[in-house]
Design a protein around this ligand. Structure first.
Ligand code: HEC
Ligand code: HEC
Ligand code: HEC
Ligand code: HEC
Ligand code: HEC
Length: 423
């Protein structure tokens, strides 16, 4: 180290010391130990000298690092920014020890569908330890190793979750770049993994399509994406490009965020984030009617994912003084304005409303289809001078919360920014 340290740029040495410190302190690492102003951009355009420097830092760090593939804390010294982002993500909270909604539905399903449930769920929610016993809840959810300690993704024969991933026996991590073995002193590397690099195939192992035991499709993000001919990858929207390297060992100036933007992240951070980009709202007055236009900007249905998700279009009419004289969601929306409720509904064998998990049939799918533009018209009083349009996004609606005996912030609507249209 002493001799070679001369070749290592100062910023890397700073990173090294801070990186090691933050690894030891664990918890909430900063956005990487690098001050933004001393980004390695100019000095290290991925030439041989840059990679030598990276290599040396990695080796230096390795001296004090004991690697445990299932413990992201041990990746922190070298990949600090990514680890900090991942900790904020829902992937880090996907198991029943950390996600109350999942824990509640899982418990109800164990009660109704038997002891085989935990292992079934864990194949996607805690893939590195599918035993996932209640007595010893596994701690990592969808971890680094889940996505990186693999040699391929096999979606044939309906394989799902960890069963679709070929996990390597040695600790070999592959990512979006070709990295020669020996570059990292604490783990093996390899050529870039095509199924990860395409930003989609890896995701489909868990986000493809899911059916309940009666064969009813409950979740279909992957098929929605495929059916629309959407060419943008999952990661192009859900792993946004952010400034700064992924950690002290990277010589790149940007990386893709591991916060995996979604509705749960929006709820936790109090920032609408990706939810604000989902639907473009506009509207026109047409005599006694107001017609709202909704353009689905996601790469799949809206809302997608877990079958309870519900978005409601609120249309508020204000008079010239700004007083509210009309509101479509004033009474029971499902009774009076079902067209404004974007969701799915399911029934059991007796035709009674049921959770998707226990349903025998889907009876409603009023979500926006991929790439769909939909018009929703309402009668409004003559006194309406302007209309405020907004979406209210509910992760866990009342009836679902009641059925799984869950109370928490997911039951409250996320109120998205309004668009105002004047007459
Ligand atoms: C759900 C799957 C998933 C999980 C979990 C995950 N990653 Fe990644 N990771 C990816 C994908 C996809 C990319 C490629 C993004 C892109 O297109 O550049 C990536 C890229 C990377 C890179 C390359 C960064 C760069 O400089 O470009 C590193 C390093 C990395 N991940 C480390 C980690 C670590 C450490 C963890 C755990 C804290 C982790 N990943 C968790 C999917 C995942
Ligand atoms: C002592 C430093 C060190 C530690 C600790 C470490 N790595 Fe790495 N890792 C490296 C280096 C160096 C590279 C090559 C980086 C580069 O060229 O950007 C690398 C590359 C990677 C890549 C490929 C990234 C890409 O751009 O394709 C992945 C994935 C990865 N590491 C995952 C992990 C995970 C997961 C852990 C923790 C379990 C971990 N690493 C711990 C040093 C480390
Ligand atoms: C091993 C299974 C698995 C893989 C592979 C996987 N995910 Fe996930 N993902 C999950 C699970 C499980 C959840 C939900 C966790 C929960 O809420 O309990 C989730 C949640 C999400 C969310 C919602 C986040 C939020 O804040 O609401 C997004 C977005 C997401 N994943 C994107 C991706 C992308 C993009 C990829 C591919 C790079 C990917 N996932 C790969 C299992 C996986
Ligand atoms: C063009 C951008 C875009 C693409 C491409 C895209 N998504 Fe999304 N995704 C969004 C937006 C915006 C939302 C938030 C609205 C919603 O929940 O439907 C979202 C929501 C999600 C959610 C969270 C659902 C929830 O519970 O709220 C998951 C999971 C998800 N996407 C997975 C994927 C996967 C997997 C792919 C690829 C097969 C993909 N997305 C492709 C934009 C995109
Ligand atoms: C094939 C993979 C897969 C399997 C198997 C699976 N899930 Fe999921 N689950 C997901 C993904 C992906 C998401 C994220 C979708 C989203 O964010 O809307 C999710 C989301 C959820 C959510 C919403 C969590 C929240 O915080 O809002 C619950 C609840 C849930 N799953 C319960 C279960 C239960 C219970 C089982 C077992 C009976 C199970 N899942 C099996 C992939 C799976």
């Amino acid at each position: 180290m002493v001799n070679d340290s001369m070749k290592v740029p100062t910023w890397l040495l700073v990173a090294l010391v801070l990186g090691a410190a933050s690894a030891a302190a664990c918890g909430d690492a900063s956005k990487g130990p690098l001050p933004a102003s001393s980004s390695p951009a100019s000095s290290s355009a991925a030439g041989p000298s840059a990679s030598t420097a990276v290599n040396e830092v990695a080796k230096t760090l390795a001296a004090g690092v004991k690697l445990d593939a299932d413990d992201p804390t041990t990746c922190e010294a070298c990949h600090s920014a990514v680890v900090a982002e991942w900790r904020e993500s829902q992937h880090a909270r996907a198991n029943h020890a950390s996600d109350g909604v999942y824990a509640a539905l899982r418990a109800l399903r164990i009660e109704k569908q038997g002891p085989g449930i935990p292992e079934k769920c864990a194949t996607c929610h805690n893939p590195r330890d599918t035993k996932d016993h209640d007595s010893a809840p596994a701690k990592t959810g969808v971890s680094c190793a889940t996505c990186h300690q693999i040699d391929g993704v096999h979606l044939e024969d309906g394989k799902k979750g960890v069963a679709a991933l070929t996990t390597t026996k040695d600790v070999r991590f592959r990512g979006p770049h070709d990295i020669a073995d020996g570059t990292s002193p604490v783990h093996a590397s390899g050529p870039s993994l095509p199924e990860l690099k395409d930003g989609k195939t890896l995701c489909l192992a868990c986000h493809g399509e899911e059916k309940n035991p009666a064969g009813v499709t409950t979740c279909s993000t992957g098929t929605e994406h495929a059916s629309s001919g959407e060419t943008r990858s999952c990661t192009s929207c859900h792993m946004d490009e952010v400034q700064g390297p992924s950690g002290p060992v990277s010589s790149r100036t940007t990386h893709r965020s591991h916060r995996f933007r979604g509705s749960l992240l929006a709820l936790r951070t109090g920032q609408p984030g990706i939810l604000a980009e989902a639907v473009e709202l506009s509207g026109t007055f047409d005599g006694k009617r107001f017609v709202a236009k909704l353009e689905n900007r996601t790469g799949h249905a809206y809302p997608t994912g877990f079958p309870g998700r519900t978005a409601m279009l609120e249309i508020r009419g204000l008079d010239a003084k700004g007083e509210e004289v009309y509101k479509n969601l004033a009474s029971d929306p499902m009774k009076d304005h079902p067209e404004a409720v974007l969701n799915m509904a399911f029934v059991d064998a007796e035709g009674k409303p049921a959770l998707a998990a226990f349903a025998t049939k889907q009876v409603r799918d009023n979500r926006l289809k991929p790439a769909e533009t939909r018009s929703i018209g309402v009668d409004i009083p003559d006194t309406v001078a302007k209309v405020e349009l907004r979406l209210r996004f509910v992760l866990v609606p009342g009836p679902l919360a009641k059925a799984i005996s869950y109370e928490g912030p997911e039951t409250k609507p996320i109120v998205l920014p309004a668009v105002t249209v004047a007459r």
